[in-house]
Design a protein around this ligand. Structure first.
Ligand code: SF4
Length: 371
């Protein structure tokens, strides 16, 4: 619950006043987004669901092109359900966790095949769909079906923490912020209210330097009144990310094709293609190639390339040494040979695309950017 520094009910405008001010502001300043219905229109539930899944890990600006591409290729949830999973994974590359893309495809199949192509309207039923958590269920219920759901994303948490001067750090403050957001959610135009909250957080109540002077709530904002808005929401310090280190094996056959293999379905980069590698372990130094030979895909003369490939995942940094080897025949390996110039067509995660660019650059085959 809000702490002692929260505004008292006597000094704040009531919820109805805040709601009215926010909707007035939204009617004048709403963002135009590719998945958003025009004023007064009904949003397509497929578009809302798709955009919200995409937005979980990246920004509105980055999602726009992906969203347009997806709806051009798969205009309906039925089309997405019928799509080949590898095509969906490829189209998803760059949008973050591939588990989300697999769940997206699974969810499309459930909606298309078990529900006649219609998304449920109720938050609880939405939550039963693959890959749909509390946030997405609330967002789809509110935006697509105008249900009074409390849609909690980072923007909304920030706005509400400031409005009520909640100083308890995140993530501990989440339940209190949800209660406050629910209390603020109107029965009238709840979908527009949810989108207005998001827009306010994205354009006015921004993480740095909130533009309070332009804010429809500036008169009733407890955080601003206390002069603490810029420091809210407070956050628990994050633990430092460890660094894991590994050897990646780039094996080329007599026809100039490189070996890739599929990662296990579960876990990090699940189901994505990769170059074989030794274990990704936390260790103080990069392993020598010899130390990783047990994991090498073939017995051959491996040569370490100069330089290090670096990538950062949510929970750890990864540093990689790349070893290059050749085989003159095609040994029975767990994987697939792909001509180097066709690697761009594979569902390679960003980390592996970096490895490919590193090898190309070392070989002098074009700029470090074109595998
Ligand atoms: S007044 Fe400032 S801090 Fe308060 S909600 Fe508006 S933009 Fe955010």
């Amino acid at each position: 619950m809000p702490d002692s520094s929260s505004s008292s009910p006597d000094s704040s405008p009531g919820a109805a006043d805040l709601q009215r001010r926010l909707l007035d502001w939204y009617d004048r300043h709403r963002r135009t987004l590719p998945w958003r219905a025009p004023p007064g229109g009904r949003a397509d539930p497929y578009h809302v669901w798709l955009s919200e899944i995409m937005l979980q890990q990246t920004t509105v600006a980055a999602v726009g092109a992906y969203f347009r591409d997806f709806v051009a290729r798969w205009p309906t949830v039925q089309d997405l359900a019928d799509a080949d999973l590898d095509d969906v994974l490829r189209a998803w590359a760059g949008l973050g966790y591939y588990a989300r893309a697999r769940n997206l495809h699974k969810c499309a199949r459930v909606v298309a095949h078990d529900r006649g192509g219609r998304f449920p309207e109720d938050e609880e039923e939405l939550r039963r769909l693959p890959g749909v958590g509390d946030y997405t269920a609330a967002a789809v219920a509110a935006i697509a079906f105008d249900r009074p759901a409390a849609v909690m994303d980072g923007n909304v948490e920030r706005v509400v923490a400031r409005l009520h001067a909640v100083t308890q750090p995140l993530p501990d403050a989440k339940p209190a912020l949800k209660v406050l957001t629910s209390a603020l959610t109107p029965a009238y135009r709840p979908g527009d209210h949810a989108q207005a909250m998001m827009d306010l957080g994205a354009t006015i109540c921004t993480p740095r330097k909130p533009k309070c002077i332009l804010c429809p709530w500036s008169g009733g904002c407890a955080g601003r009144r206390a002069g603490i808005e810029a420091g809210l929401p407070a956050k628990r310090p994050k633990p430092e990310r460890p660094t894991r280190r590994a050897v990646i094996f780039w094996l080329v056959n007599g026809k100039g094709a490189v070996l890739i293999r599929r990662r296990p379905e579960k876990g990090l980069l699940g189901g994505m293609m990769e170059f074989p590698s030794g274990p990704w372990e936390p260790r103080p130094d990069l392993p020598e190639v010899e130390a990783a030979l047990d994991s090498a895909p073939a017995r051959t003369a491996w040569k370490a390339l100069p330089g290090i490939v670096r990538h950062t995942f949510t929970h750890f940094h990864l540093e990689m040494r790349v070893a290059v080897g050749r085989v003159g025949y095609e040994p029975p390996l767990n994987g697939r040979w792909v001509p180097v110039d066709q690697l761009g067509e594979e569902a390679l995660p960003t980390v592996m695309a970096k490895v490919a660019r590193h090898v190309m650059a070392a070989a002098g085959r074009g700029p470090a950017g074109s595998p």
